[in-house]
Structure formats: structure tokens, C-alpha cells
Design a protein around this ligand. Structure first.
Ligand SMILES: Nc1nc2c(c(=O)[nH]1)N[C@H]1C(S)=C(S)[C@@H](COP(=O)(O)O)O[C@H]1N2
Ligand SMILES: [Mo]
Length: 325
């Protein structure tokens, strides 16, 4: 865990996992195998997927969140190159490991804390209550300096918040991933503090771009991507987007989030994408585009707030974005 190798800074692709020492040769091999297997895996998609949360499909495209300049990453890559430490720490681990025996349906979500309308609700019923699902195409940027473009299906988080009806004392919202060590192998190891918990300020949660995803490319979200529902906050690093959420809690004080507990000097609470603030072990100025061509993807410049500066900068007016990283 968090082994600092003296060579970290010279990794050309900066694709280091934050937690583990990283072997460029083995990543190259995995990437190669994946690329070579693309045709096969795409063919397998024709089969019936064992996905959860079927409410709200088919979804309708929301044209306000579909930038023609964004080229969506291939479905096969989005659903096979994952971070979901509950199912292993290699990118290729979650897909097989989250699909042998772990059940994501039925699923109950608890909405609790400083709200006037606490609830325990079935995930499908929740989607229906939110008026179904829509599709939005968002940039996705991991703190490890790789990126994708993902067509998410789901509903705006603001809708859920309006339904929960927060009390005036509520200032933060926490999102807790399911805890089930019997069926989730990674939770039998202390890789991270379980359950995975991430949080946002209430006003960030209410931002129009904050989204609860229940699908990808118009299909129910696969287990490895966080079935049946996961958070999507496109202007922040991916680790803020908790998967397989069972509890949404409204609280008064800023909580400690999982990655901040893990390494406070490397992962903050805000985690807004910022190309001018480097990770202590690598640059954040650019990113590797997954599926962008070549075995390791092409590189592109990282944009402030991951390209959502116009929409999101106002949330942080007057804050020193170097300090609140
Ligand atoms: N519960 C849980 N949520 C998680 C993670 C995790 O390990 N566990 N990884 C985070 C990180 S670091 C990233 S980049 C995204 C990856 O989402 P994806 O696999 O759907 O691309 O999930 C985030 N949410
Ligand atoms: Mo990440």
C-alpha cells in the first residue's frame, strides 16, 4: 500500500494506481490482451446481461448534456477497465469478480439524516419516483490521470434531494457503498476502510451536473460500474463517485471521505479536477485517453474542472483551490 518507489516520477503514462506500486510491463500486457479481445467481448454483449435496476429503460437522451465534440469511449472499455477495490485492485478485476454471485437486485437505498422525508426504498421504485432515467454524456477523469467519455443513464441528484427535503442544518451529503464482506471479496481485506464512503457539500450535490447513474449506453449499469446506482460528479476526480450506494445521509459537518482517510496528503475532500495542482506523485496536467489509440491510449491536456469550469466554478468562489484540493 502506498509504496513510494523512487521511479514513480518517471512512469511515462502516469497511470500509477494510487495505492499500489505499479508495474508498467504488466499493465502493458493487460492493455494489449484487452485490445486484442475487443471483438470477442463486443460479440458477447449480445447475450442477456444479469444487470440490476431495470426501471427507467429505455432512457431518453437529454440533448442539453450531449456535447458533439465528445467521443464516447467504447462500452467494452467502460465496463472492463474499472476501479472498484471491493472486487480487486487491478483494472481488470472488477468485471469478473463482481459478476460471480454478488447480487445487486433487489436493492434497498436508505435516505436518512437531516431530512424531512427519510426513506428506505427499492432502487427500481426510486428511479420511478424520480420520473425515470435520461441519458447524458459526461467526461470522466480519474485521479490516476486517465479519462473516458461515458454516456450515463440516470437522474439528477437534485431530484432526489428535493424529494428528501433537507432540513436547514443539512450542509453535506454522504454516499455509502454496500458493506457485504461475505459476498464482496475485497471487503475481507483492509485495502481501504470499508464501507467506501464519499461525500459532497449540499450545494455541490444540488448542482445540475451531479447525477445518480443507473445505466451506461442505455443499458442497466453493470455490477463492476456500481450497480444498481452510483454517483457521478463529472467535474471531480472519479473517486468521489461512490458505487453501489445503499445509504445517502444528510449531515451538518464535513465528513472524512474514504480516500482522505487513506492518504490525506494525496486525496482531499473536494477533489475537483485541476490541471494546475499536481498529485504528490504525478502530474495532473494531462491525461491518458482510454481507447484513444495505441496500447496505452493517447494523451490530452486536462481541463479545469474537467471541462465544466463554466458551470461549476461559482461553487468555489473565494476558495483557494490549491488549498482545498
Ligand atoms: N465503492 C467504490 N466506489 C468507487 C471506487 C471504489 O474502489 N469503490 N473507485 C472510485 C474510482 S477511483 C474511480 S476512478 C471510479 C471508477 O468508476 P468506473 O469503474 O465505473 O470507471 O469509481 C470510484 N468509485
Ligand atoms: Mo479514480
Amino acid at each position: 500500500m502506498l509504496i513510494r518507489s523512487p521511479q514513480d516520477w518517471e512512469l511515462p503514462e502516469s497511470a500509477a494506481t494510487p495505492e499500489r506500486d505499479y508495474d508498467l510491463r504488466s499493465l502493458g500486457r493487460r492493455e494489449f490482451l484487452k485490445t486484442a479481445g475487443l471483438g470477442l467481448a463486443t460479440a458477447a454483449l449480445a447475450g442477456r446481461p444479469a444487470f440490476a435496476t431495470t426501471a427507467g429503460f429505455p432512457t431518453k437522451v437529454n440533448p442539453d448534456y450531449r456535447d458533439a465534440a465528445l467521443k464516447p469511449t467504447a462500452y467494452e472499455l467502460i465496463t472492463s477497465y474499472n476501479n472498484f477495490y471491493e472486487f480487486g485492485t487491478d483494472k481488470a478485476d472488477p468485471k469478473p469478480n463482481a459478476n460471480k454471485g454478488w447480487k445487486t437486485e433487489p436493492w434497498t437505498v436508505e435516505i436518512t439524516g437531516l431530512v424531512r422525508n427519510p426513506a428506505k426504498i427499492d432502487a427500481n421504485d426510486l428511479v420511478a419516483k424520480m420520473g425515470g432515467a435520461e441519458q447524458r454524456v459526461y467526461r470522466f477523469r480519474c485521479v490516476e490521470a486517465w479519462s473516458m467519455v461515458i454516456p450515463w443513464d440516470g437522474f439528477p441528484l437534485a431530484k432526489l434531494i428535493a424529494w428528501a427535503d433537507p432540513k436547514p442544518e443539512a450542509k453535506f451529503v454522504t454516499f455509502t457503498t454496500v458493506l457485504d464482506p461475505k459476498n464482496i471479496p475485497g471487503q475481507r481485506r483492509g485495502t481501504l476502510e470499508w464501507p467506501y464512503l464519499e461525500a459532497l457539500r449540499l450545494d455541490e450535490s444540488n448542482h445540475e451536473l451531479a447525477f445518480m447513474a443507473t445505466g451506461i449506453y442505455g443499458r442497466p449499469i453493470p455490477n463492476q460500474n456500481g450497480a444498481p446506482l452510483r454517483l457521478v460528479v463529472p467535474w471531480k476526480y472519479g473517486f468521489k463517485c461512490g458505487k453501489s450506494i445503499v445509504k445517502i445521509n444528510f449531515v451538518a459537518k464535513q465528513p472524512r471521505n474514504t480516500w482522505n482517510v487513506m492518504a490525506a496528503d494525496e486525496y482531499g475532500f473536494y477533489a475537483n479536477v485541476n490541471p494546475t495542482v499536481d498529485h504528490p506523485r504525478w502530474s495532473q496536467a494531462s491525461e491518458r485517453v482510454i481507447g484513444g489509440g495505441g496500447l496505452l491510449g493517447t494523451r490530452q491536456k486536462t481541463l479545469m474542472f474537467n471541462g465544466y469550469e463554466k458551470q461549476c466554478a461559482a461553487l468555489y468562489k473565494g476558495m483557494d483551490l490549491r488549498k482545498y484540493y
